[in-house]
Each structure stands twice: as C-alpha cells, then as structure tokens.
Write a protein that binds this ligand. Structure first.
Ligand SMILES: [Zn+2]
Length: 416
C-alpha cells in the first residue's frame, strides 16, 4: 500500500460511519477502535484500523504523525453560519440580556438592519479582514468545513460582495467554505411591506449573477411569519432549484408556520432552527430525508428553549448541530459549548452529538460522500484531541479539546 502520511499511536479512533445522513437511533452507533493507526495518501484516507494490522507500505517513507495515545475524530463540519458581515452588535447583546423587548431594540437601531447597513458600507477588503480571523478561530476549534451565508446586503452589490469574499477566503486558508446565497434573509428597507416584490428582484436580478459566477451551492430563505411566508419562500426556492442551486431553509424558528413541511415538499437538503416545527412537519422531513439542523448556541444566546433534538432523533430524523455564528442572535463559533449544550440541554448522547457535528453536518451540505467520517475513501480531515476520549468534547465543558487539526492529509493547526 502507498501512503504519504501515517498517523500512529492513536489511543482511541472514534467516528460515525457511512456516506449519507445518519437517522434516528443509528446516530448513536459510532465506530471505536483502540490503539489505531491511519494511512493517508495525498488528501484521502486509504486505510485505518488497529495498529497491529497496519499493512506493509511500498514507496517512499510517509510523513509520520504521533497522536501520543490521544483520541482522533473527524473534523467538524459547521453547516450553518453567517461569518461574513460588517460591524458588530455588541451593544444590542447587552440590551437584550438586560431584557429590552425586541421592538425597542429595533427602534434603537439594532436588529438585522444594523448589520445590513454596516455590511453595505464595508469594502471587500474590510469583509475579508474581519472574516479571516473568524475562520482561523474555527480551525483551532476543529472545524474543517464551514458553510457561510450572504444575506447582510439585501441588494445586488453587497450580496455578491459577501459571496466573493467567501470565494477569496476559500482559496487562501485551510477550511473548506461552502457558500450559500441568502438574499432572502430579511426584507430590506427599500421593499418594506413588499416582500413579494423583493423576492421578484432576487429571482430576476440577483440569482442569475450568483449562478453565472458560480458563487453559491445553496439558496436559503428566512421563512417566518411577517418576513418571507410560505408562498414567497416556495416561489424563491423553486426558482433557485430550477437555476441549479440546492436549497435550505431557516424554518419555524419563531412561530409554527409550516417551514418544515415546505422543506419536505421541496426536498430541501436541510431545514434549520425548527424550534416551533410541528410534529407533522418533522415527520414529513424524516420521510423526505431532510436533515434537521439544530443551533443550540443561538437558543443559549437568546435565552430561548432549545430545539427538541431528542424528539427529532426519536422520531427517526437525521439531526445536525451547527454554530449559527452571526453578529446578532449568536456571536459564537464555539463547537465546545455547542457540544456541551447538546448533551446537557438537548439530551443527546455524546455519540449522537459527535455524529451531529461531523457526518450529519456534512450531509446537511450534501457532502457526506467525501467527508464527515473517518473511513477509507474519505478526505483526511481529522482532529487529534488533547484528551484520551471523544467523551471529553462535552465533559470538559466549553473547553477546546482539539490539539491538532489535519486537513486533507496535512497538519494545518497545532494548539499545543
Ligand atoms: Zn442562520
């Protein structure tokens, strides 16, 4: 066997397995190999198993990485973020924490409108300068693939600028970036009270440019009462599909509007938030194979109840967990805190949490075929933990247990 890299002395190799979203009770079945080794050729895993069964190698000696008896897991796939934006909303965070009502926050100039204003005013260089360190932080936390959304421009130029920023960053650092066009994040001032006309503008004027320049893989919409309701969301997502984008939804976060049902009807890749999703909607999602993405950091930050991830898994859904990093409702990319909240407040086991942060995150991006688990044939995206077991990811609450990050077969980050 030929290999460019050998990772040896792995105390515990823990990973979900498979090439698609893992549903329901299967989510707790992870593979655990003690005293393991992994062989990588270029960017791909070619063998893994007990070190005692390591196959004979031919060709030049591979690079050798000693895992020091620690645990190794797949790189995290953060399938829902808004990491490219202008400005901050730090004051608003404290207004909200102090109990100021939503409408009052808006009248003081907070809310998404303030991010839209700051993002419109930011140059491409400014967007790059603030987004790059966020990615660097993610990599330290073990995120090897991240999704990023536009949606703080709500006009042609700024939406395209956000997507271009992601393309430039994708080429200049280690984390893979999967871009999502989310022009329908909010109704901009210019279209106040005319959500339908704004959807027409997106479909006719913005989406064609996104497609022409291959700037996005997904189209997403904030499907909520008083923002983009079911009819507008359906029209937008159908147009996006026709033009070749895959689709996602911010669904049923605030009221049960039928977003989960719409996600199932349109075979969306994922529906996200789902705090208020109906049982009917969730069961239709399970049947249609839509990944349910839960965002516990957002619930934590907003002091809202958590999504019912336990019930979703028990109902046979595939659940992914993502950070929802954004300047308003959740300024955090903390995978460690998300893991702890998942176990302590969403009542998932550590095994289910690991699957939700890796393979199901990859499935929520249509990428379960080539990442999200450690198996021959998959990308060599993996984390050497600074801990003897994957259990420490939630047990050592809120702490970064990632020691080293290997991305596509190369050591790209060392924390210790
Ligand atoms: Zn979001």
């Amino acid at each position: 066997m030929k290999a460019t890299c050998l990772i040896q002395n792995i105390g515990e190799l823990a990973s979900p397995t498979g090439n698609r979203a893992i549903k329901g009770k299967e989510m707790r079945n992870i593979s655990i190999i003690r005293d393991a080794a992994i062989l990588v050729d270029q960017d791909t895993i070619v063998w893994l198993g007990p070190a005692s069964e390591l196959p004979a190698l031919e060709g030049p000696n591979p690079e050798f990485i000693d895992a020091g008896g620690k645990a190794v897991i797949p790189g995290f796939v953060d399938s829902h973020t808004h990491f490219v934006f202008g400005g901050y909303r730090d004051e608003e965070f404290f207004w909200r924490a102090g109990g100021l009502p939503y409408m009052e926050i808006h009248s003081r100039g907070g809310g998404i409108a303030s991010s839209v204003k700051a993002t419109r005013e930011a140059s491409l260089e400014q967007l790059l300068a603030t987004a790059a360190p966020r990615l660097e932080q993610m990599l330290k936390l073990g995120v090897t693939t991240v999704e990023g959304k536009s949606g703080y421009g709500l006009d042609l130029d700024t939406e395209i600028r956000q997507l271009k920023a992601m393309r430039i960053l994708e080429a200049s650092q280690a984390v893979d970036i999967i871009p999502t066009f989310m022009g329908a994040h909010s109704v901009p001032m210019e279209y106040k009270g005319r959500a339908g006309a704004y959807i027409d503008f997106i479909i006719e004027k913005v989406m064609p440019i996104v497609i022409e320049n291959s700037l996005a893989k997904f189209c997403d919409v904030f499907c909520e009462k008083g923002v983009f309701e079911i009819e507008d969301s359906r029209r937008l997502l159908k147009a996006a599909k026709t033009m070749g984008l895959e689709i996602k939804l911010h669904a049923d976060e605030i009221v049960p509007l039928g977003g989960a049902e719409l996600a199932a009807e349109l075979s969306a890749v994922s529906a996200d938030h789902l705090l208020k999703a109906s049982e009917q909607g969730l069961s239709e999602m399970a049947k249609a194979g839509v990944v349910a993405t839960c965002l516990p950091l957002t619930a934590f930050s907003l002091k809202e109840p958590y999504a019912e991830a336990r019930k979703m898994i028990d109902a046979g859904l595939a659940v992914a967990i993502a950070s929802d990093l954004n300047p308003g409702s959740c300024y955090s990319q903390s995978i460690p805190l998300a893991a702890a909240l998942s176990v302590l407040y969403m009542n998932l086991s550590m095994e289910e949490t690991l699957t939700a942060l890796t393979l199901n995150g990859a499935a929520a991006l249509g990428l379960a075929h080539d990442r999200g688990s450690l198996e021959p044939g998959k990308l060599a995206d993996m984390l050497i933990l600074d801990a003897p077991s994957y259990l420490h990811l939630a047990y050592n609450i809120g702490m970064n247990k990632v020691g080293r990050v290997i991305k596509k077969g190369k050591l790209v980050c060392t924390n210790n």
